[in-house]
Design a protein around this ligand. Sequence first.
Ligand code: FE
Ligand code: CA
Length: 547
Amino acid sequence: MPTNRRELLSLTSLALLASQPLLLRSAWAKAPRPSFDLFASGVASGCPEPDGFVLWTRLFPDTDASGGIDSAAMSAASIGEYKKVNWEVAHDTRFRHIAQKGSAPALRQLGHAVHVEVNGLEPDRWYFYRFICDGNASAVGRTRTAPMPDRMPEALRFVFASCQHWEDGFYAAWRHVAAEHPDLVVFLGDYIYEGGSSRSSDRIVARLHGLRRAQTLADYRSRYALYKSDPDLQAAHRACPWIVTWDDHEVANDYADETVFPPETGFPERRAAAYQAFYENMPLRSSALVHGMAGLGRAADAVRVTQRHAFGKLARFHVLDTRQFRDVQACRDESRSSSGVVRPADCPALAAPNRTLLGPAQERWLADGLRADTQDGPAAHAGIRWSILAQQTLFTPRAYGKPETGPVATDTWDGYPAARQRLLATLAQTQPRNTVFLGGDIHQNFVCDVHAHPDDPASPLLASEFCGTSITSISGSSQKRLDRLVAQNPYIHLANSRYRGYGSVNLTPTRWTTELRVVDDPQRADSGLSTLAQFVVEDQRPGVSPA
Ligand code: FE
Ligand code: CA
């Protein structure tokens, strides 16, 4: 299996081949029909465009939720080097009115993942899709195309979510997401957690797995197979297209670029394996695997999740990667995997003006995109109503105590204050009509006003922020502390660590409405759901108000 970067780069051409429909030649090996469910990992779709989307599946072995995923390797061997998988896109659930069909290869080098980039479809409408292999049909997924770039749709309903630690809970939240029938799910990171089984720890868990800490490509693949064996997660993928980015746990806790603590030889190779497994398991375009990170200024990495997705003129998602290009967290204790908290006074490095969270190239890419959102006229994405920064972590300052004295977390934007200020300057300069930050990572709900100087409520309002909570991952923060934070900081409307769930957004040209959905009991797959709070943002009035 490819574990170094050169081999990963060579996979780019394979992925390009694999993602193109109808490129098959006839010479497919005849393999015996496998005795397990080839589609046990489910199906997914993503990256909606006006004329198409990405369809995804991964031919995979019998996964059982107890974590016995080690059978993966054996089963993968019995699938063979490659397999031809047919796909169909239809107007109806019985596949009588086929809109398009074709076949695509599932290659061993890509973990028998199938990525199909369908185009030539009609804008702004729903389709059904399925895969067929060796006479077995997958479950049927539902997905949609985006409206044409010059259209102003009446509404977009989407869910944002992050952080789904397997052992911390069941995925009832995903069952409720599927039941909402959103147009889109925006996933903001921590799709998997890379840690070893909690079996021998005293951690209280909802369900165990038997996997070791993920280090190799096979480990990461098994971790995705485990997570994707969950029926509620599969249902959410079948419900609508997803837009996905990653955070740290798709690789390792609190890593920064090619650095992890405690230091680890071969971490760049581990990261490359983790990135590849992410690509294999997500409905991403093959352009996510790139030679030389064209446009992002890095020569050695080969998976890019930075991307943009427009929904007509109503919304454009600027999907960011705050992991791959960031500077190492300031003043870290290098013996610990967590970057922890510091008092700014004790850590002058924190405020260094050149420190970056996005990397200079991605900062420019974002500025260019925000500028384009504001342009008038016929340009493809001109006149965007809502510019959405879909990124990993809390943007608003979270200083426990006085803002200047901290302590602050070094892994969030609080650890990169100069970078935050640069982004705010970009917003002030480019003036998108409406800017909304979405985030995850902290396993808490935060609803905030974003000011030009984020901890100075007297400075102009530039944007609004909705962060978290988590699908399952537990929060270490006490509610008492958060209540104090809200009382002391008028720009924080809500801070809550108690609940697991997701955000449900109803977006129209005049109003953004976020409903914070929370599950009754993350330890139960059949948990009910309620709405913790509801907030609105009005067009051309940055800042959040209770609904
Ligand atoms: Fe997380
Ligand atoms: Ca995280």
